[in-house]
Write a protein that binds this ligand. Sequence first.
Ligand code: HEC
Ligand code: HEC
Length: 321
Amino acid sequence: MKLPIVLLLAALIVPVHYSLGEDATTPPAWAFAANPPGLTPPADDGHARTVPGSARSFTLTQIRDLYNPPDWHPDDHPAMPEVVGHGRNPGVYACGYCHLPNGMGRPENASLAGLPANYIAQQMADFKRGARKSSAPHLVPQAFMLAVAAAANDQEIAQAAQYFSGLKPKPWIKVIESDTVPKTEVKGWMLVEAPGAQREPIGERIIEMPVDLERTELRDANSGFIAYVPPGSIARGAALATEGGGGKTQACTICHGADLRGIGPVPALAGRSPSYLVRQLYDMQSGARNGAWAALMKTALAKLTLADMVDLAAYAAAQAP
Ligand code: HEC
Ligand code: HEC
């Protein structure tokens, strides 16, 4: 009788169906990065932190304040509306905490800079009414986004949409084709280099990590990311995105623009986090993300494999934003 109990406990502790997935039937663990259980951030030692190019300093407690996140580079962006800089207690966490004051975001959330205001408002409406969910609902950042969308009022959403759509996206992710990648672990809901400087084969994955982990942990909106993608993926993605890959899919450029920088209310894909893009393709194909405009993606998604999604995201992320 001992073995089954052990197995049952293991099943309760380790959500195997989420963490093993490297095929199209389970969310790929590298795009849906989950903190290991029991991971806690280091305690605040009260010491004021600084980052290059900023005269400001903040303690870890200040940096982790969901209602007053650090704005290291206030001259780099227009004045933030209250909802972006501070949110509203309780429940409306500051948009700028996760998406950063310059809207460039992080792999575990999304870049919002330059997205059409009506697209942003539509996504908030979809989150609010439960039409846009995650294939991995245990992920805390995704659950927080749903909570924020539920709590934010129409005026806050309109102000945030206007602010983020007015920002100009900047080069933020360096995309590199590579056979091998640093071994990674998950910290802060994103992949980071594991101790020991070991490498492993990339496989059919995208490995996206901070260029400078310390600055990213301090939420420095001037420190971006590096994404390793499989050899040949950018060219394969280009063929799919611009020509449809010989009938495999619809050319993405028809709706997302020749340069993938978006057309009208259709969002840009160029220069955005490839882990985020794969997560969205996966969620739209699985049906977890099924908002008012998602039907337009149905034909393009129908036959895509996870490997195709990797190629498409590698190509899109490598384009100038
Ligand atoms: C606690 C972190 C957090 C906060 C605070 C937050 N978001 Fe998000 N947001 C996320 C995450 C995570 C996602 C990506 C969801 C996914 O991957 O499915 C997201 C996605 C989005 C998207 C979808 C982007 C796209 O390209 O489709 C929009 C729009 C958005 N957030 C707007 C906002 C606004 C507006 C606020 C403030 C009112 C806000 N968010 C506050 C975490 C956050
Ligand atoms: C017929 C028009 C159309 C085509 C073709 C199309 N898309 Fe889209 N795409 C959309 C629309 C509209 C949305 C917004 C969906 C929503 O609101 O949920 C979208 C959303 C997306 C998103 C989510 C972006 C975000 O910010 O969250 C990704 C990723 C994406 N498309 C990738 C692709 C790729 C890759 C292709 C080609 C294989 C493609 N699309 C082809 C219309 C299209």
